[in-house]
Design a protein around this ligand. Structure first.
Ligand code: MG
Length: 150
């Protein structure tokens, strides 16, 4: 199971000019990490636009050591891989699955940008942009993880 993880509007509420390490960032990361520890088969790919501003190593910094080792990559920039007639983020995720020979792998995207998904909304757990990863989103993500357990 692969979790495609967005940052803004998920790990913290979307707000004014979040910058790395401004203190408000990643306030919901402990909640997500606690859930991930219950499902050790889930691996993580970062789909946040932060991947375009920071090197991979810097993207990993906010995570706990045990979770960091489960982050296996970040989605490619738009346009890489086989072109998809899909919304941007959805296309980037599909491109990652193709490039990494993982199209048959179960996956779920945790994101606040529902409009970035056209055809695979059944793989999407949506957070409210100004709410973030709350209890409702946690329950929805847990349901996806439980369904993927063999
Ligand atoms: Mg977002």
């Amino acid at each position: 199971m692969i979790l495609f993880l967005d940052f803004d509007g998920v790990l913290h509420p979307e707000g004014e000019g979040h910058l790395p390490n401004d203190g408000a960032d990643f306030c919901f990361l402990p909640r997500l990490e606690a859930l991930l520890r219950e499902f050790p088969n889930v691996r993580i790919v970062i789909s946040s636009s932060w991947r375009e501003r920071l090197v991979f190593k810097s993207l990993l910094r906010p995570f706990s050591d045990d979770i960091r080792t489960r982050i296996i990559g970040a989605t490619p920039p738009r346009g890489l891989g086989i072109p998809h007639p899909f919304a941007h983020r959805e296309g980037e995720i599909l491109a990652w699955l193709q490039i990494n020979d993982a199209v048959k792998e179960p996956w779920v995207a945790l994101d606040d940008a529902e409009w970035q998904f056209d055809w695979h909304k059944d793989h999407l757990v949506v957070c409210g942009s100004f709410v973030g990863f709350d209890g409702e989103a946690e329950a929805a993500l847990r349901a996806h993880f439980e369904r993927s357990v063999p």
